[in-house]
Write a new protein. Structure first.
Lengths: 104, 206
């Protein structure tokens, strides 16, 4: 018998070595695949999963920026008010009969 | 006809042949329609494909990893991955070879991992082939046992290629596509395997 004929005959006999899962196992595996396939994320849920934390971070940043701007504006306003008060009401200091005026 | 309704998970079992080969989908219009339905978002239609190819996919995985539990996990994983990447699947192509390729690659990854940790997993006096023979219900008779022993004694890639060719009945080009080897390398592995098998099985095939 030559090599090719040997391989041919072996190939005829070998399929009996195929693993044969029983119907119970096949049903169980199919059910598992079904379960996993059904729980696959949809496009909407996938996007939501990524965008929710991103949106939360952006909101936090926006809030911080708003508070910062408010605080800065208020500080600027207080400084302006003080300067205005100083200009409107100059301070006079008398030393040795001479009067000095402090103003902005 | 509402295809999705007729292809529900429960009914698919009534429609499928129990054992699938690598037939072209044109031979099976239900398969072609199932693929299109899955691509259009009908996950229920996937059961037809799972039912049709599961048996073969488990057998391929088992032939490589020789462990029933691993083979079941690999088959399951292969179908889930095939589903996740169904958009990349070219319509009109047969689904079988695609999922066979996925399960082969997953199984080869398991083998690579095992090779890395071989000393921890397999004792010197307990070859994996013998340990897992209980998983093989078809293993009856002296001839089958001898062939199985002979195939299992081959070096890893020769064993995998020989098993895909002899047991699973794939052609060289199909094995090449499944394993990522060139057709020439597949032929070379098979040729080397043939020599060793002939030596071991000389008394049976003379």
């Amino acid at each position: 018998m030559n090599d090719d004929r040997f391989l041919e005959r072996l190939r005829d006999d070998a399929p009996r070595l195929r693993y044969q899962p029983d119907d119970v196992l096949l049903t169980r595996l199919t059910a598992r695949v079904r379960e996993r396939v059904a729980s696959q994320p949809t496009v909407e849920s996938f996007l939501a999963r990524w965008f929710r934390p991103l949106a939360a971070s952006l909101v936090a940043l926006a809030l911080a920026a708003t508070v910062g701007v408010q605080w800065y504006e208020r500080a600027q306003q207080q400084s302006t008010t003080l300067e205005a008060a100083m200009s409107a009401d100059p301070i006079e200091v008398s030393v040795d009969g001479n009067t000095y005026t402090l103003s902005h | 006809m509402n295809f999705a309704a007729t292809m529900s998970w429960g009914r698919a079992f009534e429609l499928v042949p129990h054992e699938a080969t690598t037939s072209h989908p044109s031979d099976d219009p239900i398969e072609r329609r199932a693929i299109e339905a899955v691509k259009n978002g009908d996950a229920g239609s996937y059961e037809y494909l799972v039912s049709k190819y599961m048996k073969r996919v488990v057998s391929i995985a088992w032939g490589i990893v020789r462990n029933a539990a691993d083979a079941e996990d690999l088959a399951q994983e292969a179908f889930v991955r095939a589903f996740q990447t169904i958009d990349r699947f070219k319509s009109g192509e047969p689904f079988g070879p695609w999922v066979f390729r996925i399960v082969t690659n997953l199984s080869l990854d398991v083998m690579k991992h095992r090779t890395r940790f071989r000393h921890e997993e397999i004792g010197e006096d307990e070859p994996a082939a013998r340990r897992d023979r209980a998983d093989l219900p078809a293993m009856s008779g002296e001839l089958a046992r001898r062939i199985d022993d002979a195939i299992q004694s081959l070096p890893e890639m020769q064993r995998i290629v020989a098993r895909l060719y002899l047991v699973e009945q794939f052609e060289h080009s199909e094995i090449a596509a499944m394993t990522g080897l060139s057709a020439g390398t597949v032929r070379s592995h098979l040729s080397l395997a043939r020599g060793k098998l002939r030596e071991k099985l000389a008394d049976l095939y003379e």
